[in-house]
Design a protein around this ligand. Structure first.
Ligand code: FES
Length: 212
């Protein structure tokens, strides 16, 4: 039931999407010609915020470290008791503060310790994608991933793939000098964000939000 609730919104949109006409295609091509994408500075190093559930992705990052797996240093993690604590406003605040990319990394579907926290997180991430699109920003700057604590290799792979994706997109257009996206995102989360020190985890109840 929960799965159906979560995955349903994407299918009708795709089904309802009208087939592109030759006219629309030409208009799109014209628009693309009018606004050519600026070439990305090859030295661009994105700032990426990862909202990581401490049960899975955060532990997977530790595992990747102990396996000596390489992944980009562009990512800055914020530990959460569950990705279900992540609200739309937290994702938007990270982007508004200049993060070039943001992703949530939660437990595998069906394995969230709060049952549906990771499903709610995926809904919120998808909602933020639509908001970014409406604002003229690339929805690919926000993503949701699932993994278990045993998936150190997947953690490294996701961090690498996402970093490469953001390098291709280029800098966040609303980035401002002197604003630290990691600090801003952490501040927006308030007491929800967990300290990074080992052994500091405290179970926090997760409630469904209203980001439909
Ligand atoms: Fe890991 Fe919910 S996403 S406990």
């Amino acid at each position: 039931m929960a799965d159906a609730d979560v995955k349903a919104p994407e299918a009708p949109a795709a089904a309802a999407a009208p087939a592109p006409t030759a006219e629309a295609g030409a208009a799109g091509a014209e628009a693309a010609e009018e606004t050519p994408r600026k070439p990305v500075d090859p030295d661009f190093e994105p700032e990426i915020i990862v909202f990581a559930c401490h049960y899975c992705a955060y532990a997977a990052a530790d595992l990747a470290g102990s396996m000596r797996l390489q992944y980009p240093s562009n990512i800055r993690m914020i530990k959460l008791p569950c990705t279900g604590k992540l609200e739309v406003i937290h994702l938007l605040r990270a982007i508004e503060a200049g993060a070039d990319g943001v992703y949530a990394a939660g437990c595998l579907e069906g394995e969230c310790h709060y049952l549906k926290g990771n499903l709610w997180a995926r809904k919120r991430v998808n909602y933020v994608k639509t908001l970014l699109e409406e604002l003229g920003m690339e929805p690919e700057r926000v993503e949701m991933y699932n993994m278990s604590s045993a998936m150190g290799a997947k953690f490294a792979e996701v961090a690498t793939e996402f970093t490469n994706r953001i390098k291709e997109l280029g800098p966040n257009p609303v980035k401002r000098e002197g604003v630290n996206p990691h600090a801003a995102a952490r501040a927006a989360l308030g007491g929800v964000a967990m300290p990074d020190e080992a052994g500091s985890s405290t179970a926090v109840p997760v409630e469904e939000g209203h980001a439909e």
